[in-house]
Design a protein around this ligand. Structure first.
Ligand SMILES: [Mg+2]
Length: 281
């Protein structure tokens, strides 16, 4: 049976607390790159991060930032073995595991759509016991040498800007024949508003009121929270609201003109069910 919904999550600041900034940041601030490369990365990050959080980062900016960062990883001889050691310190938000388990139980496919690096995200999931849970990870893919697992480059097909997030979430929904209005997205920055074409289908996670106000402009709902439990409640509520709306829409008059009875379609079996008789006083 095809699912009614798909869910797409941002990674940095959404599945992991904002205090980490990003997996890039964790890797290169904990010995992933040489001192010289680290100072170059810091300079670049300062320049682009402000734009990114305002959702104003151009594709050229993003490409430039990404390629230069990966080149500095290559220059530093960074390997995935080292990345694994460094990322041991990263803990996902409390409730992420429960959220994934809920979606699995409901057979709702979910994907990660991130500006980050696919292998870093996979490692973080593995270290948190959630290996292979996400149905798809849309993020930059590194090219790795098979012997020492060092980074040698990247695949040119990448998630480049906020707007391109919607291309990937639509692609993901398409795999399951789910229409774009049934994509639910969760993120923590303005660019994540593009996870869905429908503002009401986006939940923002904020650390404080200031962030909340900013995100409210482009997202249907924003919660100030450190954990992921409110995300689970929101997903359940969105799905329940849509189902209730559907069952109201399904209350029709019977096709038999002699009948005159109202009928509705059962949500479980799709059969018409007669309405219970009215009790007359
Ligand atoms: Mg983010």
């Amino acid at each position: 049976m095809e699912p009614n919904w798909v869910v797409v999550f941002d990674f940095d600041g959404t599945l992991i607390p904002k205090s980490y900034k990003s997996l890039y940041d964790v890797v290169d601030s904990n010995g992933g790159v040489t001192k010289h490369c680290r100072s170059m990365i810091i300079k670049m990050r300062e320049k682009y991060l402000q734009k990114a959080h305002a959702g104003k980062l151009s594709k050229d900016d993003m490409r430039d930032w990404l390629i230069k960062t990966i080149n500095l990883y290559v220059k530093s001889g960074l390997s995935l073995n080292k990345v694994e050691k460094i990322l041991k310190r990263v803990k996902l938000r409390k409730g992420v595991a429960e959220c994934f388990a809920f979606l699995k139980k409901k057979k709702i496919p979910f994907a990660i759509v991130s500006y980050g690096i696919r292998q870093f995200i996979e490692i973080a999931f593995k270290l948190n016991g959630l290996d292979g849970m996400a149905d798809k990870i849309y993020a930059t893919e590194l090219i790795i040498s098979p012997k020492k697992r060092t980074i040698t480059g990247h695949n040119p097909r990448v998630v480049l800007s906020g707007k391109s997030k919607n291309v990937f979430s639509r692609e993901f929904a398409g795999i399951y024949n789910v229409s774009p209005e049934n994509i639910l997205g969760v993120g923590d920055s303005s660019g994540d508003a593009y996870l869905s074409d429908y503002k009401d289908n986006i939940l923002g996670i904020a650390d404080n009121q200031e962030e909340e106000e900013k995100l409210k402009k482009s997202m249907g709902e924003v919660v100030i929270t450190k954990n992921f439990y409110e995300v689970i409640s929101w997903l359940k509520r969105k799905m329940r609201e849509a189902e209730n709306q559907e069952s109201v829409n399904n209350e029709l008059d019977c096709a038999d003109p002699n009948c005159g009875k109202e009928v509705r379609i059962c949500r479980n079996c799709d059969n018409f069910m007669p309405r219970p008789p009215k009790i007359e006083n």
